[in-house]
Ligand binder design. Sequence first.
Ligand code: C2E
Ligand code: MG
Ligand code: MG
Length: 710
Amino acid sequence: MSLAGGGSRSAADAAWRTRVTEALSSISDAVYFLDADDRFTWVNTATERLLARPAVDLVGRTVWEIFPDLVGSDLETAYRRARDTREVQEAEIFSRPLDRWFEGRIHPDRDDELVVFFRDVHERRTLDEERTAESSLIRAVLNALPSRTAILDADGTILTTNAAWNAGAAPEGQQFVARPGANYLEVCRAAAVAGNPDAPVMADGLEAVLQGRAPFFSRDYAVTWPGGRATDDTWWHLQVFPVDELHRVVVSHTDITDRVAAEQRAAWQARHDHLTALPNRVALHEVIAKALAEDDGGGRVTVLYMDVDGFKQVNDSLGHSAGDLLLRELASRLAHRTRPTDVVGRLGGDEFVVVAHDCDAEGADALARRFRSVFDEPFELAGSRLPITVSIGIAASDQDHTRPEDLLRDADVAMYAAKSSGPNQHLLFTPALRAAVEDRWQISSRLRDAASLGEFELHWQPVVHLASGEVTGCEALLRWNHPQRGLVPPAEFIPVAEDEGLIVPITRWLLQVTLAQGAAWARQGRHLTIAVNVSAAHLASGTLVDDVLGALADSGLEPGLLVLELTETSLARNPEKAAEQFATLRRHGIRMAIDDFGTGYSSLSAVASLPADVLKVDRALVAGLPQAGAAVPEAVLRSVAALGAALDMQVIAEGIETPEQLALVRRVGCAYGQGYRLCPPLPASQLSALLDEGRRRTGGQRLPPPSASA
Ligand code: C2E
Ligand code: MG
Ligand code: MG
């Protein structure tokens, strides 16, 4: 069919053309006809309106005359194409004068004539442009998101994914299932069928958002790859949010593997010891609780509580890193020696615990021996081989042990008792041990206030020059007048005071009282040396020198009248520290005594290298060793007295109880003596009275003759 006018048109053609142009005149699209030279041959009313010119101004003139700016435009190309190809052409053109977009359809007609339809598409066109801009913005935002993000259709089909999603790599040999076009919901359902525990929850949550039943959905989940390694496992945080009223949703996946790994690490650390990686106190409690719960009454749960002997010395002398090294090595040895069913852990410090199942008392004994043998081989530390031992307390579960803390407490009690009896021991818990501990606990809690409550009492025992019978000094001996227990001897409370850190304050108090007494006696013309016992803990505390000098200054006692007694054993523990303080105190004129000499194991050279003024021979040597022959103790005593004399020390024999012992110590050359035979320890007033009596009867600073004082 041809519309444009041609050279040989029939009348029917003309009539047809008239009818068509009439029909076209009234339509809203602009329509015009062009001849082969692009001259308007006919325009409809809409064209007149569109081009803002009447038909008479247009018909007979070319498009390019009227619209010169369209030369070379897409429209010109479309005209030419329509003529060349004889096919309908379309073009969108922006009309600058009208400032609008139009869509043109160019129909080729006969003899290179064209029929052109024009429609104003400005509204649609700008909307499209806005949409394009918006979607590229959305794409840019999506791609900027670090989380793997996808937009799903209302049925769960993945419409688009972002750069992070596309860059996500699966471990070698694995593949992501969820690609654009796949249905996310179906992927979740398939994973659920395959047994993934998170997948059904995720599918339900996603579906709820897709169907508009939930405002959003989120969940943390793990991804493990079939046959993959544990290090390939990852953790993700899924979030689903609705996008629009079409029920499309945005799904994002944030990698939280690092966070979860940190949480898992923290959970592991909460139950393990950082130094040795063994189960810690918390974990051990759980292990014991579980074992107790599983115990049907027959198979017992046994706890071995181990404490390294002298660990503090290792730390103090070799440093903490050597101490740590020892603990690690120890942990590894213990772990190797533990049965697979048993558990070894570290409570803290140098305390280790083994939890053993199905183990009776006999078995526990064997077990303790086995663990002690772990220490047969010395430890290589700081370049030297160090022999190490442990003390072990054992507690086995019975009806009294329903909680882990019961077992641990009793094993600890047994360990404590084992350690008190010397290093490298093990002991099975008995209720008697607990009573002893409770007793000790009572002592320690009351002891704290004993001085302020005025419960301490001092007794004084004279030191006698054996040849002349003159009393040259006296030793202050502490007693505790306990309201319920009566007079408690120092052997029962001094060790507790030492352990509880009370010995230094007690000794400070003691120095004040004794030195004041000494000064009072001196003012009365009674020049007695005042001997005060000092504990090794005080020596170790480092305050001894200051405490003594302070008390001396307060009392006004002449330093030469003060004797400080330290036991041979306590000096042996730290000879260097002792020597230093001995020297300082001696420079101040104070006299130093080695107490209980002959009971410890300090070598002769240790004593010789620690200059002291007084050697107090222990009463065990005076009384004689029970298993030895009579001649041997005399020889020993004689050589000790000779040693003291050779070192220019005042030798005092302690514990002289009988006339025979008195004769013995005189015979072997001990110049001074102390003991019940000479005088028992007495309160100061009694001793003063006795000395007054002695002076009255003998004229010197002497005790009254035994017959008179009896
Ligand atoms: P020590 O310093 O060797 O004191 C001598 C101990 O022997 C005293 O026991 C004394 O009462 C006792 N004794 C004296 N003569 C005889 C005797 O003929 N036969 C027997 N069997 N014993 C005799 P005490 O007072 O029970 O003191 C025991 C230990 O307690 C003292 O031994 C001393 O190491 C310590 N001690 C006493 N008072 C204090 C103190 O104020 N501070 C410190 N740190 N320790 C003290
Ligand atoms: Mg003493
Ligand atoms: Mg003594």
